[in-house]
Design a binder for this molecule. Sequence first.
Ligand code: DAH
Length: 353
Amino acid sequence: MGGEGTTTQGGAVPTPEELERLAAAAESAIAAVADRAGWESLRVEWAGARQGRLRDLQALIRLAPDKRAFGQAFNQLKSRVEAALARRDEELADGERAARLAAAREDVTLPGRRPATGSLHPVTHVARQIEEIFRGLGYSVAEGPEVEDDRTNFALLNFPDDHPARDAQDTLMLADGRLLRTHTSPVQIRTMLARQPPIRVICPGRVFRNDNDLRHSPMFHQVEGLCVAEGITVGDLKGTLLAFVQRLFAADTRIRLRPSFFPFTEPSCEVDISCQLCGGSGCPTCSLTGWMEILGAGMVDPRVLANCGIDPDRYSGFAFGLGLDRVAMNNWGIPNIRSLFESDERLLRQVRG
Ligand code: DAH
């Protein structure tokens, strides 16, 4: 045999037996590799695309004395190395997946985390109840601005020039002469200035007064009601209020109207309901009277109708106003009005449901 079979530029041409041994050695090296990095360096060593031992060996075939035997042995080697790499790759991947799962293990016996759910504020709750009741009586909801002028908050409502409510003592004035509305009654005015009867609206909203103690907050809530049409009487007022309180409070609630005074109604009254605690027999909550005062009302003063461009000879109406905070405090037994506005979650949790 000439030198051709044993020496090449690249080194000796291995015999088929040597290729066989090489395959066995490669298999056990690949099987023994401990991690991904080790596997990768063996893969590059053997099967690298540019230079790898398989590629280099394959190139030697043209120098082999028995090309057929070399080719067969080389193909064996190649498929054994590739199979060993694939097998170890899969085993490593299994281990990696198991490690990932173990790291992310959840304790399924732990109690679930409840998402925090909100609840309606007691005042919002009462406002919505009242809106629902009056929608059922054919009323719609109107709103107005919280910053008003003297004309809409007082003058057109027939407040005399020297009325104490117009004083900065009682009303929160802005530097430009406007004011924070002291009641929801200016929304009556805005409604009547905007359209002609028949009118049936309720107007819930925030109001402001220079007042601050256990029962009074500088900001509180009212609902105004207004009904103007031909032939409206005190009977309509009384019937409407009775239907209203019997839906908002107990179904057997009674009312009584006591004469009173408001500049924008004539006649005017305070409306009491039978005490919701004792039913009218007298208890500490109603100061032993059997009655609880809940709203102010009256027949819209003809001058107020005229101020708004509504003919008082043709139309009449009634109006009423009540404090929402008082109703909420009553319903949930909240003694201090400020508890309503401190945003303490414990209060909201107590009124939930
Ligand atoms: N505006 C009154 C207040 O703030 C409440 C009120 C009383 C409104 C009688 C009315 C009414 O519409 O007729 O005290």
